[in-house]
Design a protein around this ligand. Structure first.
Ligand code: SF4
Ligand code: SF4
Length: 106
């Protein structure tokens, strides 16, 4: 006869926080963001990569220059690049970035 599966008391199951930008340290804003079209990004926020393409400038801390370091929100949301608009919250790419940054603080 098979043993009954061991029951885990509900109280010992850690609730998983929802995947939302509100509980994320803007992990995806450390990625290289290529500018594919003109969405009105201020010129001072644009850098040129080694191949001559336009990208969002990143500061020494690794985050995009347009990120507000206190609120961790995008300061040019209405004019953010196409790549940022397409990056979907809770997508596999998003989860990968969240996981990658989380390991830094362990
Ligand atoms: S899209 Fe994902 S990785 Fe980017 S800020 Fe939101 S939760 Fe974080
Ligand atoms: S432009 Fe805004 S959304 Fe895009 S990487 Fe920079 S801070 Fe993040």
């Amino acid at each position: 006869m098979k043993n009954a599966p061991e029951l885990i008391p509900l109280a010992s199951v850690e609730p998983q926080p929802a995947v939302t930008c509100a509980n994320c340290a803007a992990c995806c804003c450390q990625l290289e963001v290529i500018l594919l079209s003109d969405t009105g990004v201020p010129k001072r926020y644009i850098d040129i990569d080694q191949w001559g393409g336009e990208v969002m400038l990143r500061l020494d801390d690794g985050w995009c220059v347009a990120l507000d370091r206190d609120s961790m929100l995008c300061t040019i949301y209405e004019n953010r690049p196409w790549v940022c608009r397409e990056f979907e919250m809770a997508s596999p790419e998003c989860l990968e970035e969240r996981q990658g940054l989380a390991t830094i603080y362990r």
